[in-house]
Ligand binder design. Structure first.
Ligand code: BGC
Length: 349
């Protein structure tokens, strides 16, 4: 029980980082770092009562700095893709970094929130760590000084609760997510193809050949995108469906059957091998279901693990990608002075 703080190594600037270890009464353990406000490890009991780390990660801050994939990262100010790397707010065009294909933006990188060292505040009593920073006007191209915090809490109900809170002094885009890759068998234990997934979604946003939403909202009915009944990830991932072929598997935003702001269970993941089950609840309107299609082949993870394509899956809660360019998508624009609040809970059964 309690919160332990230890060193997580340095980044190239020489800045030191820290690792926070939170343990609840059931022996579940969450590790988070001020480097990128990253979720580094999550030890969860399984059916044989052994505790296993169910998230992919790297060894220390230096390895996170040197590697890609956004493992466990806090992604902001706006996650996923922006076609053409720009946003127009109140008639003014703001250019974003063109870090994908020389023309689009992915995850507000290259100098996104995932590579910043955040300030922190530990709350021992509630088993939580709050990371916070002031993201200055025009950081990553976005207008407004944005005071943003990410609070991780490990509850006694075996939940990892992630709460984002922010306020900007100008209208801006606020669309934060967490990019954890889960493998409920253990982070070094094969692929997620036998995991079974349920998503409370009747539709997904179709993408083009650059993975940018076309604006079309497609019904899942009769397609491999129908997860309204729990289904093996691998069951139809190789199907001859244009959208799966474009992304090399699932890498799509699912439109959730819920209202914005309502905290509701939207997905479940079950691993028959370990007996672990994870429930995902969120206040967000969308979730990016990503099956690790682009994990760097053979990349060295923590504890000597070697990761491959499909070693983990992500359920990144969010506004729909490229929403700033599609009027039929809920708007991710945050008005000046208004609070941005978003909660996502990963609960283990
Ligand atoms: C994107 C993927 C991308 C991954 C890692 C996901 O959110 O949808 O296309 O490969 O992040 O960057």
């Amino acid at each position: 029980m309690g919160v332990k703080v230890s060193s997580f190594g340095k980044i190239p600037s020489g800045k030191e980082t820290s690792l926070f270890t939170l343990i609840n009464k059931n022996g579940m353990c969450l590790e988070v770092s001020d480097y990128g406000a990253t979720l580094v490890a999550l030890m969860v009991p399984g059916k044989d009562h052994t505790t296993t780390d169910v998230v992919l990660g790297y060894e220390d801050a230096t390895d996170y700095w040197n590697n890609d994939g956004y493992l466990g990262a806090t992604v902001g100010r706006s996650c996923n893709r922006n076609g053409g790397a720009n946003v127009t707010i109140q008639g003014k065009v703001y250019e974003l970094p063109k870090n994908e294909r020389g023309k689009n933006n992915l995850h507000s990188s290259p100098d996104g929130y995932d590579r910043m060292v955040w300030n922190y505040q530990v709350d021992e009593e509630h088993l939580s760590v709050r990371f916070y920073r002031m993201s200055p006007d025009l950081e990553q191209g976005y207008p407004g000084n944005f005071e943003i915090s990410v609070t991780y809490t490990l509850t006694e109900e075996n939940e990892v609760r992630i709460h984002y809170h922010g306020v900007s002094d100008k209208d801006t885009v606020a669309n934060m997510t967490n990019h954890t890759y889960f493998n409920l068998s253990g982070h070094q234990n094969g692929t997620i193809l036998n995991h079974e997934v349920w998503i409370d979604s009747d539709a997904f946003t179709a993408i083009d050949e650059e993975s940018i939403p076309t604006g079309e909202i497609c019904q899942v009915d009769g397609t491999p995108f129908d997860f309204r009944k729990q289904k093996r990830v691998g069951a139809e991932i190789g199907a001859d469906h244009a959208q799966l072929i474009l992304a090399g598997g699932y890498d799509h935003n699912f439109v959730l059957n819920k209202e914005k702001g309502e905290l509701k269970k939207i997905a479940e993941v079950f691993d028959p091998e370990s007996g672990r089950r994870m429930e995902v609840s969120t206040t967000c309107v969308g979730v990016q279901f990503y099956t690790g299609n682009f994990i760097t082949e053979g990349v060295q993870g923590k504890e000597g693990a070697i990761y491959h394509k499909r070693s983990g899956l992500c359920l990144e809660t969010q506004f729909f990608p490229d929403a700033v360019h599609h009027e039929n998508f809920p708007s991710p624009i945050l008005k000046a002075g208004e609070p941005y609040d978003s909660v996502t809970i990963y609960k283990f059964i």
